[in-house]
Design a protein. Structure first.
Length: 482
């Protein structure tokens, strides 16, 4: 003992380091025993319902071509502190799940393009553990693209799924949560393909067979304008943008064109905006130079004091992964060079904030995390958790956005619109007039939109989507329809 004490006096730093190391090992071992340091996560596809084949005369043949992991690594972050690995590459897990689901849908998976009627590629774009008031849940997003063997577009979408909430944080619960989320994601494929009649015109054959999709002309209740006479407002100006297809072959922002055209109709026929005061930019008419021209020149030259300005955008958003700044993606935008080709939200707000107009409203049916839905991300970058407040909004502007920063904005397939846009239009049409006075304030409209979107996203897509309103209390009294 005396020898040990003598050595301690001679080398105190070494003894201290050894003590700390032993302490860490003991604590880590205790945490493992307590289940607080979970093992590798095991994720499987485990269908819980009976298989329901698609209602088709011809059994399709699909080739699983490219399965990617776009999350930046097969890992799961929890609370921004710990990180755990899946026990196998998640691209292989996805391939196995898709192979199994194709069989359940009555679709043959073949070994080459030459044998196929259609080619399916997929990518993981999100895999995360969330925490809601102490309850843990898994959330995933999978991007799917279906093409003909000749490379012609058939269908694409990003499927979102969330598991139930659990109170335990043991490793087996994480494995169960991810298995449940993956199963929920796969279960959506059949109904989506059925609703779009994806394989309705397939005929037997291999690569010579062209799978044809005639896009369905979906009309919903909001496409029928209300029978009201709009109160004209000559001093009101609007810019409406809808970008569904992109020059860089980005995933389509489904129904963005329909969103924008319908929004223009509401502005001119329901909300009193003169047709000559509304600029509508669709697809290749919505270049970055068009954003600069209309936001920074046309609006300042036209919007007058005590006037009204309305800006609507339906399309992709994107983050800068290094700075977290949010960008609108023009038709010629490239998420890999977003600083050079995107239009920053901050720049938009700065431009609008300088206007003399009394009322300025911005509605964004987009999202900016890069996790899928109506957002895109440079290849290899991880999706971000963002807050809309990161882009400081001037006090003279009211902003309605489709989702919070970490969420994905969804499309509403059966209605032919973005989910947020559908309920915004429905609210303007009359459902948002809570007090029945025939007028609709922006705060009143938001109180209608938010629960409707949240409920539908959760029920239909097993997804969380919470619209946001950023505006001082006095701006929430602005009338969108009088």
């Amino acid at each position: 003992m005396k020898k040990i004490l003598d050595k301690y006096e001679k080398y105190p730093s070494i003894f201290f380091a050894a003590f700390c190391l032993n302490y860490i090992v003991v604590v880590a071992f205790a945490l493992v025993l307590a289940g607080c340091m979970p093992p590798n996560i095991v994720m499987r596809y485990e269908p819980t319902s009976e298989a329901v084949p698609l209602n088709l005369e011809t059994r399709p043949k699909v080739f699983l071509e490219r399965i990617e992991d776009r999350t930046g690594g097969a890992s799961v972050s929890y609370g921004g502190v710990a990180e755990w690995k899946f026990n196998s590459p998640i691209d292989e897990t996805l391939r196995e799940a898709l192979h199994k689901e194709m069989g359940r849908l009555g679709i043959d998976v073949v070994g080459s393009r030459n044998q196929a009627n259609a080619v399916l590629s997929a990518a993981w774009v999100k895999g995360s553990i969330g925490n809601d008031r102490g309850n843990q849940y898994a959330e995933i997003a999978v991007a799917l693209t279906l093409k003909t063997p000749k490379g012609e577009d058939i269908w694409e979408n990003t499927i979102l799924a969330t598991s139930r909430h659990y109170t335990s944080i043991r490793g087996d619960v994480f494995s169960h949560a991810f298995t449940e989320a993956l199963t929920a994601a796969m279960s959506q494929i059949g109904s989506l393909w059925e609703s779009k009649q994806v394989f309705s015109n397939l005929s037997p054959g291999g690569a010579e067979t062209v799978a044809v999709i005639a896009p369905l002309d979906i009309r919903s209740d909001v496409d029928e304008l209300p029978a009201i006479k709009a109160k004209p407002n000559k001093n009101s100006y609007a810019i409406v943008i809808g970008i569904e297809q992109y020059r860089q072959k980005l995933p389509k922002a489904d129904f963005a064109t329909h969103d924008a055209k319908t929004m223009t109709e509401y502005l001119t026929k329901v909300m009193g905006y003169p047709e000559e005061n509304v600029v509508t930019l669709i697809n290749d008419r919505a270049l970055k130079s068009d954003f600069e021209k209309y936001f920074e020149k046309w609006l300042p030259n036209n919007a007058e004091k005590d006037g009204t300005v309305f800006v609507y955008y339906s399309g992709h958003g994107a983050p800068n992964p290094k700075t977290g700044d949010a960008f609108l993606v023009p038709y010629d935008g490239d998420p890999s060079f977003i600083d050079e080709t995107g239009y920053p939200l901050k720049r938009l707000y700065d431009s609008l904030g300088k206007l003399q107009a009394r009322e300025i409203v911005v509605a964004l049916d987009s999202c900016f995390s890069g996790a899928g839905g109506r957002s895109v991300l440079a290849k290899g970058a991880r999706p971000l958790v963002m807050t809309m407040e990161k882009s400081v909004v001037p006090s003279n502007i009211a902003v309605l956005s489709a989702a919070s920063g970490e969420q994905i904005s969804s499309t509403y397939e059966e209605k032919g619109h973005g989910l947020f846009t559908y309920f915004m239009l429905k609210g303007i049409k009359g459902d948002g007039d809570a007090n029945g006075d025939g007028k609709i304030e922006i705060g009143e409209l938001f109180d209608y939109i938010k629960p409707q979107v949240e409920r539908t996203a959760r029920k239909t897509y097993n997804n969380e989507q919470s619209p946001q309103l950023i505006a001082p209390s006095e701006k929430q009294k602005v009338f969108l329809r009088e």
